[in-house]
Write a new protein. Structure first.
Lengths: 141, 112
């Protein structure tokens, strides 16, 4: 069956915690496999934290989340009113350096792209951002 | 997230459980900072961690970097499958050995 969810609020750590918990419950209700649930939960945490930290500079601003899930795929759309960002300009994380040279950071967006099957960003007509995350369900082996 | 520590010689065993995410990572960093310089080398038992996100990865790497800067070693023990996926995707395995045997973890941390 199709499970859907619509959430809006002011991006803050408390709001994000609520969004993550609601999406986790919705994934379970949609019958998602464990790996897909984990991936979507993580992607929601990472994208929402990016909105708060980088989009709004740590000051709460409007954020919305829409989720639909069925036995085929899980789709999450996250919208904000922050200045447009360019995901392609996000600095790539340092995955290979030894301790002396290792720069720690930039993992969030990298994880989202690795764990989702599709990540699309667009600037909304009102000048904010919309990120659409799609994860196809993994069938039992 | 829960954290317990115990010490065997120069090696501190840090056992974590629960979620290592944006809600718990600051707590982990401050608790590890509070034991700070007394940690020469560490084995971090992740077997009861069921969720790890990027901020938890940062906490683990910051801890590891501090230990390495003091000449110690840090080893991750027994992460669950999806946690392991996150560790490999973020290249944590390139600086911290990830092992599945407690004795082997202790040997690596001691530098045997």
């Amino acid at each position: 069956m199709t499970e859907s969810l619509q959430l809006t609020g002011e991006a803050s750590l408390t709001t994000i915690a609520g969004f993550v918990a609601e999406v986790e419950r919705a994934c379970a209700k949609a019958g998602a496999d464990t790996e897909s649930c984990y991936a979507v939960k993580l992607a929601v945490e990472e994208v929402c934290l990016n909105v708060l930290k980088h989009g709004y500079g740590g000051v709460p601003g409007p954020i919305g989340l829409a989720f639909t899930g069925d036995d085929q795929r899980l789709t999450v759309t996250i919208t904000d009113s922050a200045p447009p960002f360019s995901p392609e300009n996000a600095p790539p994380p340092d995955l290979d350096s030894g301790w002396d040279a290792r720069r720690i950071g930039g993992f969030g967006w990298h994880l989202v792209q690795s764990m989702m099957d599709s990540v699309e960003h667009r600037t909304t007509p009102t000048g904010g951002n919309e990120v659409t995350l799609i994860r196809s369900q993994r069938k039992p082996q | 997230m829960e954290m317990t520590t115990d010490r065997v010689g120069d090696v501190t065993r840090i056992t974590l459980s629960g979620s290592l995410d944006f809600k718990s990572a600051p707590d982990l960093e401050s608790r590890i900072a509070s034991i700070g310089d007394s940690v020469k080398s560490a084995v971090v038992d992740l077997s009861a961690i069921d969720y790890l996100s990027s901020i938890g990865v940062r906490a683990l790497l910051s801890t590891g970097k501090a230990i390495a800067a003091r000449g110690g070693k840090i080893v991750l023990l027994n992460p669950q499958e999806l946690v392991r996926t996150v560790l490999f995707t973020t290249g944590v395995n390139n600086v911290m050995p990830i092992v599945f045997d407690g004795d082997e973890a202790m040997r690596i941390a001691r530098g045997d």
